[in-house]
Design a protein around this ligand. Structure first.
Ligand code: ATP
Length: 303
C-alpha cells in the first residue's frame, strides 16, 4: 500500500510545486517576465533584515553583450521610506525591480539590503523579504481565504480576516453567501481588476514583508478604483520600505523621493516639488502626462 501511495504523493507534490512555480511567475507581471535563474554561491547565508535599507551601489547591468541597460546606477532608499522610479519607456525601471528581486545579478556594482550584498545571500531569502503587488494578479481556482493566505502557509483565520479588512475586501466578502469560502478564479467567482488587486494586497499583508515592490501601472483600473486602491496601498506601505516602479506619474507625487531614469542613468532625483522646480525631464514628463490625462476624459482614450 505504501508503495502505491508514495509515488502518488510525490506526483501531487510535483504538481503543486510546478503549479505554484508557474503561477508565481505568471503573477509577477511584466516586471518579472523572465525565467532566468541566478545561482547561489555555495553555502550562501540567508539575508537577515533588521532595517530594510535598500541601496544600489554603482550597478551596471546588461541582459546581453554590447547593450548596457543600467550604467553605474546608485541610489539609496532609507528603511521605512518610499522611492518612486520614473522615466521614459525603456529607461530601465522594470529592470531595477528584476535585479532587486534577484532574477539577475548585475555585472558591476552591488545591490544591498540592510548592508548585505544580495548576490551573496540565498536567493529565496531575498525574495521572502520582498512583497510584490502586481498590476494584474492571478487567482487560484480555490477559496478567497486560500487566495489571501497563499504564500504564508499556516496563516490562521484571524490573520486572514485582518488582512482582508485592511485591504478593504470586507464589503465584498460580506455580500457573498459563502464569504471567505467562496470559490474564485477562472472556474469560480470572477473578480474585477480592483478586487483582484485588493486580494493581492491582502496576500502581501499576510506575508508581511519588510520591503514592497510595486508596479504602479494602474492603467487597467478606472480613476475611482485607482484612487481607492491607492488609499489601501498607503496602508500597506506603513512601516515598510517601498520601491514603486511608475509607468505613469499620477501616483508618485507623494513619494519621499523620486528618481528619474533616462537611458539607464540617473537623470534627476528629489521630491515632486524639487523636481518640478528644476524644470528638467520630470517637469517635461509631468506636463506631457497632464495633457494626456485631459485627453483621457474622452471615452476611448488608449493607454
Ligand atoms: P516601460 O516603462 O516601457 O515598461 P522600463 O523603463 O521598465 O520601460 P525595462 O523593461 O527595464 O524598461 O527595459 C529596459 C531595456 O531593457 C529596454 O530597452 C528593453 O528592451 C530591454 N530589455 C528588457 N528585458 C529584456 C530581456 N529580457 N532581454 C533583453 N533586453 C531586455
Amino acid at each position: 500500500l505504501m508503495q502505491l501511495f508514495r509515488p502518488l504523493d510525490l506526483l501531487g507534490w510535483v504538481y503543486r510545486t510546478i503549479r505554484q512555480g508557474l503561477v508565481d511567475m505568471g503573477e509577477m507581471f511584466h516586471l518579472m517576465d523572465t525565467d532566468v535563474e541566478v545561482k547561489d554561491v555555495p553555502a550562501a547565508p540567508a539575508l537577515l533584515v533588521k532595517e530594510p535599507h535598500v541601496a544600489f551601489d554603482n550597478v551596471t547591468f546588461q541582459y546581453e553583450d554590447g547593450r548596457t541597460i543600467l550604467k553605474r546606477l546608485s541610489f539609496e532608499v532609507p528603511a521605512g521610506s518610499s522611492l518612486a522610479i520614473v522615466g521614459p519607456s525603456g529607461a530601465g525601471k522594470s529592470t531595477i525591480g528584476r535585479l532587486l528581486f534577484r532574477f539577475y545579478d548585475p555585472q558591476g556594482g552591488r545591490i544591498l539590503i540592510d548592508g548585505q550584498d544580495i548576490a551573496k545571500v540565498r536567493q529565496e531569502s531575498v525574495r521572502a523579504a520582498i512583497g510584490i503587488v502586481p498590476q494584474d494578479s492571478v487567482l487560484f481556482n480555490d477559496t478567497l481565504a486560500y487566495n489571501i493566505a497563499y504564500g504564508a502557509e499556516g496563516a490562521d483565520d484571524e490573520v486572514v480576516a485582518q488582512a482582508a479588512s485592511d485591504a478593504a475586501l470586507m464589503p465584498l466578502i460580506k455580500r457573498l453567501p459563502d464569504g471567505f469560502d467562496t470559490m474564485v478564479g477562472e472556474r469560480g467567482l470572477k473578480l474585477s481588476g480592483g478586487e483582484k488587486q485588493r486580494v493581492a494586497i491582502a496576500r502581501t499583508l499576510v506575508k508581511n514583508p519588510p520591503i514592497l515592490l510595486l508596479d504602479e501601472a494602474t492603467s487597467a483600473l478606472d480613476t475611482r478604483t485607482e484612487q481607492e486602491i491607492l488609499g489601501t496601498l498607503k496602508r500597506l506601505e506603513q512601516g515598510r520600505t517601498t520601491i514603486a516602479i511608475a509607468h505613469r506619474l499620477s501616483t508618485v507625487a507623494d513619494a519621499d523621493r523620486i528618481i528619474v531614469l533616462d537611458g539607464g542613468e540617473l537623470a534627476e532625483s528629489g521630491t515632486h516639488e524639487q523636481l518640478l522646480a528644476k524644470g528638467g525631464l520630470y517637469t517635461e514628463m509631468w506636463a506631457q502626462q497632464a495633457a494626456e490625462r485631459s485627453n483621457d476624459a474622452e471615452p476611448e482614450a488608449a493607454e
